[in-house]
Write a protein that binds this ligand. Structure first.
Ligand code: 5GP
Length: 113
């Protein structure tokens, strides 16, 4: 599997990176749907939430902890934000590499379309 996100991790294509550590990478979405729109991805290649394993527990927790930290760093923690993990076709997933959208800076609506 070599998706666009794997190429971003490998620095083969550029991205506006807001956070990186040995386990994950967070960068601005190229087509933002909100004033703040960050994608948080594990460095381990996992196609979607549908394919996580028990052994991914710590990594998945790490992604959420970092999402919380990034929201604080970008100034949307108090106002609020939404985390989304589109999963497979009916979930609206386009890039087959597990990612969490962090959306903020405007009022979110519910239910999603
Ligand atoms: P999905 O629909 O799979 O949940 O979301 C994929 C997201 O990746 C979309 O919001 C899309 O704008 C973003 N995206 C796709 N290609 C690129 C890219 O090359 N760079 C960046 N930064 N974002 C991308």
């Amino acid at each position: 599997m070599s998706t666009i996100f794997k190429k971003i991790i490998d620095k083969e294509i550029p991205a506006d990176i807001v956070y990186e550590d040995e386990h994950c990478l967070a960068f601005k979405d190229i087509d933002p749907k909100a004033p703040v729109h960050i994608l948080i991805i594990p460095k381990k290649e996992i196609p979607s939430v549908a394919e996580v394993a028990e052994s991914d527990k710590e990594l998945l927790g790490h992604l959420l902890v970092k999402a919380s930290q990034i929201a604080k760093d970008l100034g949307v923690s108090e106002s609020g934000y939404r985390l989304v993990a589109n999963t497979n076709k009916e979930g609206g997933q386009e890039v087959p590499y597990l990612h969490i959208h962090l959306l903020g800076g405007r009022q979110m609506t519910w239910p999603p379309g």
